[in-house]
Design a protein around this ligand. Structure first.
Ligand SMILES: [Zn+2]
Length: 338
C-alpha cells in the first residue's frame, strides 16, 4: 500500500508531503526509494498550531494542491491543521499505529511546551487513509503498545457515557458494539500479535488485525458515536498529565492506559482494575507514576486532578460531578497496587 501512494495523486499537480525526521527514512527504505515523489516538508514534532501555520506557509509557497501526511499521530494531526488552513485535500499514510489519529477528523493540538490546547474537529476528513500494516509493524512492538493503550480506552471511556444515556441512536449503538469488540480483541489478540512483530513476522494476519483495530476500528467509535464516544475520564486525566514535567517522554497511549485505571477507580470499579493489571503487565502498559518516570508529588497530583475534574471536562460525562479529591484518591490507590 505504501508503495502505491503516487497512484492516488494523479488528479493533482503539486502534491506536498509533510513528514517527520523519524518517519521519512523508514518510509523511503520500505518503498525502496532514494527520494520522495514530491517536495517533502519536515514538521518539528510539536503538534503545535504554530508549526501548522509555518508548514502551511511553506506548502503555499510550493503551490500545493494536496497534502500527503507520512508519519505518526502528531504528524497526521499537524497535517489536518495545515490542510484546513489551506483548504486542501489530505491523504494520510500512517507509519505508526499509536492511536486512531490517522482515521479521525479531529486533531489534538499543543502549545510549544507540549501542553494540551484543544481538540478541534476539522470540517473535512482525509480523502484517503492508506494503512500498510507491514510498514507500520516495522516500527516495532513498543510503538504498538502505545496504540493498544489508547485503543482499549475506547470501551472504558464510551461505555459509562452510553450506559447513562437514554437517547442512543442506531449509530451510537454501532459505536458501543464497536468499542466492545475492540476491547475483546485487544485483550485476546494483542500479545500474540506483539510476539509476531518481535519475531519479525510483519505480514502476519494477527499483526494486520491489531493495526486495523488501532487505526480503523478505533476510529469508528468516535466516528459513529460522536462526542459522547470520543473521550471521557481517561483522556481527561491524560490531558492533565501532559501538564506534569517529563510526561512528554511517555507515549500518549501509555498515559491514556494509566488514566483508564484512574477513571475505573473513580467509578468504583476496582475489580475491573484488578482484572486489567495482568494484561497491562503482559503488554507492558504502565499503571503507576513510577513506571512513567513522573514525580508523584502533591502538587503534580493536584495539577492533574484539577484539570481532569474542571467544570468543562468530559470526565463528567462518565462520572457526573467528579471532584479533584476523588481523582487524587484514585491515583494514590493505584500507586499502591502491584
Ligand atoms: Zn488518545
Amino acid at each position: 500500500m505504501a508503495t502505491i501512494v503516487p497512484s492516488y495523486l494523479e488528479d493533482y499537480v503539486h502534491p506536498v508531503i509533510i513528514t517527520s525526521e523519524l518517519s521519512a527514512q523508514p518510509f523511503l527504505d520500505y518503498t525502496g526509494s532514494s527520494e520522495f515523489f514530491a517536495p517533502a516538508l519536515r514538521y518539528d514534532g510539536s503538534s503545535s498550531e504554530r508549526n501548522a501555520r509555518e508548514l502551511a506557509e511553506q506548502a503555499r509557497a510550493l503551490d500545493a494542491d494536496v497534502i500527503v501526511a507520512i508519519g505518526a499521530g502528531k504528524l497526521a494531526d499537524t497535517a489536518k491543521n495545515v490542510a484546513e488552513i489551506l483548504d486542501l485535500d489530505l491523504i494520510i499514510v500512517p507509519t505508526l499505529a499509536c492511536a486512531c489519529a490517522a482515521y479521525s477528523p479531529y486533531s489534538v493540538d499543543y502549545d510549544d511546551e507540549h501542553r494540551f490546547l484543544g481538540v478541534p474537529v476539522h470540517p473535512r476528513n482525509s480523502i484517503a487513509l492508506l494503512v500498510d500494516s507491514s510498514l507500520i509493524a516495522r516500527a516495532g512492538a513498543d510503538k504498538l503498545v502505545g496504540g493498544i493503550g489508547d485503543t482499549i480506552a475506547k470501551w472504558y471511556e464510551s461505555a459509562p457515557v452510553f450506559d447513562q444515556a437514554s437517547d442512543l441512536t442506531v449509530f451510537d449503538r454501532l459505536a458501543y458494539h464497536s468499542a466492545h469488540l475492540i476491547h475483546d480483541m485487544l485483550l485476546e489478540e494483542s500479545e500474540p500479535a506483539l510476539e509476531a512483530v518481535r519475531a519479525g513476522d510483519y505480514d502476519n494476519e494477527l499483526v494486520r488485525t491489531l493495526i486495523n483495530t488501532i487505526i480503523g476500528l478505533a476510529g469508528t467509535v468516535g466516528g459513529f458515536g460522536g462526542v459522547r464516544a470520543r473521550e471521557s475520564g481517561a483522556h481527561s486525566v491524560h490531558d492533565g498529565l501532559t501538564h506534569v514535567a517529563g510526561s512528554a517522554a511517555t507515549m500518549h497511549g501509555e498515559k491514556v492506559a494509566y488514566s483508564v485505571l484512574v477513571q475505573l477507580l473513580v467509578e468504583g470499579k476496582e475489580s475491573e482494575v484488578q482484572a486489567l493489571l495482568p494484561f497491562y503487565a503482559t503488554i507492558g502498559l504502565p499503571h503507576s507514576w513510577r513506571q512513567m518516570n513522573l514525580e508523584f508529588t502533591d502538587g503534580n497530583l493536584q495539577t492533574v486532578a484539577d484539570f481532569a475534574a474542571a467544570p468543562d471536562s468530559p470526565f463528567h460525562a462518565a462520572v457526573p460531578g467528579v471532584t479533584p479529591a476523588q481523582i487524587i484518591e484514585a491515583m494514590r490507590t493505584l500507586e499502591t497496587l502491584a
